[in-house]
Ligand binder design. Sequence first.
Ligand code: FAD
Length: 339
Amino acid sequence: MKSVFVYCEVENQKIAEISQELLSTGKKLATKLGCPLEAMVFGSQLAGIQGQISLYGVDRIFVADDIRLEPYRTLPHSSIATHVLKQEEPQIVLFGATSVGRDLAPRLASALNCGLTADTTILDIGDHFVKKEKKEYKDLLYAIRPAFGGSIMANIINWDQHPQMATVREGVMKKEVFDENYTSEIVEVDVNSIVKDEDFVVKIIERHIVESDVNLKEAPIIVAGGYGVGSRENFERLEELANLIGGEVGGSRAAVDAGFIDHNRQIGQTGTTVRPKLYIAAGISGAIQHTAGMQDASMIISINNDPEAPINSLADYVIHGDLGVVIPKMIKFYKANAK
Ligand code: FAD
């Protein structure tokens, strides 16, 4: 029987956000196909881990629990995943487009001799007619992603090789609980019978984890500046506004490239994808590569001195004016009127 499989990333008994997003999307695909949703999770001390996975409507969870499996290392994880996927023969397998997913998925694609679409932003199920064969293939994975610098959305379809695999960008898919009380069957993977000593040739000697103080994905309000902000000093005014209204500061790539703001605050196709309640786009023109990362914001306010700026057609409100005038006014007005 067909199934949709999700590789869940885990560290310190916590399932990664991206894996929860993938499980939510995986459930929708599995429902369309009328097939089970399955997950694989490899790590250490995983008793009770199903509590974080089942609620997304997962029918079976393949658990490989072994102290050697955490932190992630390429070889043991790829040996176990290859074993599970060869045995289960799913139709679709999803990974996060994270450093782990980007490392693991291509290895599995090679081991299983199948395709892989990287960095997808939309997944769906559909049919495809192959002209050469005069044959229609049903229920295929549509792996959709920006291509040619974001100028088109490419739908990549793999009709003749299984499984169909994709990595998915972080923060693009919504996390949606299917049923709090859903129960999954647990399949314990016999790690020792799969891994070999050679799988552990890479030793992790030291790990440095740098916690970022930037959390754009969770921010309810983002004040984002573009090239139109003009300088790093002018960005301080945006920071002031963001602090006042309880938001984070983000930026376009042009602002990052110009050195106005750090790269970890870039929003867009090659930055972070965000969906805040309020997005203030200050001096941002609205190139597709930028809007790909913020178009799902609940409300968008554009501040721009060009009334024809493309971002304005996406915005709920447009303030036509110079940032040097508008931003100080907003700060002044907010200070005067906020309780
Ligand atoms: P500009 O396009 O230069 O726009 C500046 C805006 O500021 C204009 O609308 C102007 O009218 C306005 N302005 C100027 N002065 C003022 C003023 N004083 N007051 C008010 N308004 C003013 N971009 C991203 O943002 N994120 C990405 O992740 C990203 N990834 C990319 C990936 C690829 C492969 C490629 C090819 C490009 C990518 N880009 C990305 C770049 C993208 O194509 C645009 O170049 C970029 O988004 C433009 O940034 P901007 O809007 O800040 O600058």
